[in-house]
Design a protein around this ligand. Structure first.
Ligand code: SAH
Length: 590
């Protein structure tokens, strides 16, 4: 009988009891000398033949097994870690099957587990990642195309990369190509559980240089993902929400706090949590007994807001150990599972819990119970202001910064593309077009990411196209027009066209993709608006009005200004009009 046995990651006392017993009764041992700790051979007290497979071919290994089996010997084939990962056991088993030789398989502790143990880490952290990707770079063994490291990296899940410590520059490059931030945490664990074990904590962007500095090029696992971030490192290192940018960011609605996490405890609660997750673009988590402290701790480190669907007592007890200051605590809201009340518990103003409770109210009908004295300190809340003005904040992670500056009594400078009235709130200074600012109210792209960018939805896109133009082409044309005109895509309020286009699939899909309404007007309505527009006899002939894109943009903006005239290409015509917009300092709520 042949026994495949997992030797464990290195430490001799990490072999299983069964594996150890099998070694003790083996007559012949074949071990993978490159990685199996030779100290384990001391357990093979009965063995009269010990082979190091590092020096043998597959055929030679099979020969030893065949001979030993013929003599009625017990054979242990000792593999590092667990044989099921990169153990090359299948080919041996196939050869044994062909010869009718019986075998069994005893699992071992993989280096995957030993590495996590030495880091005291969990790959499947609730709210961070619930998946572990085990992979390698192609070496002599090829890797299927669909499993390229860059493709797998795009999931943002926890990752363990085997057999690749000798190719750290390639690993780094592929991880970044797949969407990992250079700042995302990465860790090298060399010879986990061996006396010479070493751990190099680094980032994806420094993987190759730090690995080289530490002289690590073999027998190491490369671990990647937000699960590695420890206390206090989390926010600065890597945000697990892993928004790879434009597509996702452009759909951000209103002042929704980024990354709202919703926890529930019962089936009924879970249904509500899922609904809220959908409407708030957050994530729902059904909590099993014992998981709540961990979920809450994680949420305090990284979430934009926490929602407990259940009793207030559960939430209060969970958050008490973490609540520190209104400047840094996330928004915490409790909703009863019948969706009757939404109660902000923590960070009503600065963290946005009041706002979150109102959004929950919009989503499920629960009544918001606001307990903060309205504007107790007269502190200006930039997010509520933006919401009141019908604007989107493109980088809501800056809100806390602005609020804490106001709280500390520092001045906050606001620059606006529209005149602002003179009843400026306390702490706010309005600056001129050329001055540096902290808050920018503009429909154009912000060039400085440190500035809180408030984008009013003022643009109306007028559109005409050939029948059957696909959504992808329309989107491409819109994105290119917005890029050329340096308008932020989020400033688009609606798409307009002629009613003959009301069932044009590409435009309908475009409006959906951009998350804005699609309105159409009749030819006489379009023809009636005053002004001078690019005129086409052909268009007049086909649809009964000389111009569709410019006229529908202007009409859709209630007589606003045409800010970009007809832009024709690929059979698509586009025009942009700007609605009248008069910002106020209105922001407080009753
Ligand atoms: N079956 C083994 C993996 C064999 S492939 C297991 O379950 O662990 C060999 C690769 O495993 C090495 O290149 C390295 O990436 C990893 N490895 C094996 N032992 C290791 C250890 N003690 N510490 C870190 N990585 C190890």
């Amino acid at each position: 009988m042949i026994h495949f046995v997992g030797a464990g990651p290195g430490a001799p006392d990490l072999i299983t009891v069964r594996g150890s017993r099998l070694l003790g009764s083996a007559d012949v041992v074949i071990y993978a000398g490159s990685l199996v700790n030779p100290e384990l051979l001391a357990l093979a007290t009965k063995a009269h033949e010990v082979h190091d497979s590092a020096r043998m071919t597959l055929e030679q290994v099979i020969d030893v097994m065949v001979r030993a089996n013929r003599s009625g010997y017990e054979v242990v084939r000792l593999h590092t870690g667990d044989p099921c990962l990169y153990g090359a056991i299948r080919e041996q088993m196939d050869a044994l099957d062909e010869r009718g030789i019986p075998y069994d398989d005893t699992p071992g502790v993989s280096s995957l587990c030993a590495a996590a143990a030495s880091l005291k880490a969990e790959y499947t952290l609730p709210g961070v990642s619930q998946s572990l990707i085990v992979t390698r770079l192609a070496g002599r063994t090829p890797v299927p195309e669909g499993e390229r490291l860059s493709a797998l990296a795009a999931h943002g899940a926890s990752m363990a990369v085997f057999l690749s410590a000798g190719m750290l520059p390639q690993v780094q490059e592929e991880l970044i190509r797949g969407g990992y931030d250079a700042d995302a945490p990465a860790t090298l664990v060399y010879k986990a559980s061996w006396p010479e074990e070493r751990v190099v904590r680094t980032t994806v962007g420094r993987l190759a240089s730090d690995g080289e500095k530490a002289g690590i090029c073999r027998t190491a696992l490369i671990l990647v993902g937000a699960f590695l971030a420890g206390d206090g490192e989390r926010s600065s290192l890597y945000d697990p929400s892993f928004s790879t940018g434009y597509r996702k960011a452009k759909h951000a609605t209103g002042q929704a706090p980024q990354g709202v996490r919703i926890v529930s405890f019962t089936d009924r609660g879970e249904q509500l949590a899922r609904l809220l997750a959908r409407k708030l673009e957050g994530t729902a988590w059904r909590c099993e007994p014992g998981e709540l402290p961990h979920w809450t701790a994680e949420g305090f480190r990284g979430a934009g807001g926490l929602v407990f669907v259940g009793a207030t007592g559960i939430a209060v007890r969970a958050i008490v150990p973490h609540a520190q200051s209104k400047v840094s605590d996330p928004a915490v809201v409790v909703v009863d599972e019948n969706a009757r009340f939404a109660v902000p518990l923590l960070s009503g103003h600065l963290g946005g819990a009041n706002d979150l409770a109102r959004r929950i109210s919009d989503a499920c009908g629960a009544q918001p119970i606001i307990t903060t004295a309205t504007d107790g300190r007269g502190l200006f809340a930039v997010d509520e202001w933006a919401r009141h003005q019908g604007c989107v904040i493109t980088n809501p992670e800056r809100i806390k910064d602005i609020s804490s500056r106001l709280l500390a009594g520092e001045a906050v400078c606001v620059r606006s593309d529209w005149p602002l009235p003179s009843d400026t709130p306390r702490g706010i200074t309005v600056v001129g077009q050329k001055d540096a600012c902290d808050v920018l109210l503009s429909a154009h792209e912000a060039s400085d990411g440190r500035v809180l960018h408030v984008v009013p939805r003022v643009l109306v896109l007028g559109i005409g196209c050939r029948r059957g133009t696909p959504c992808d082409l329309l989107l491409h044309r819109v994105e290119s027009l917005m890029a050329r005109t340096r308008y932020d895509l989020r400033s688009l309020a609606c798409i307009c066209s002629i009613d003959a286009k009301s069932d044009e699939q590409g435009i309908v899909a475009l409006a959906q993709e951009l998350g804005i309404p699609f309105r159409t007007f009749s030819a006489p309505e379009l023809a009636a608006i005053p002004g001078s527009f690019a005129s086409s006899a052909f268009v007049q002939d086909v649809v009964g009005v000389d111009n569709v894109c410019e006229r529908s943009a202007v009409l859709g903006s209630n007589g606003g200004m045409l800010v970009h005239p007809k832009d024709a290409n690929d059979g698509v015509t586009l025009a942009l009009a700007e609605r009248h917009f008069e910002p106020s300092w209105e922001w407080t709520r009753g």
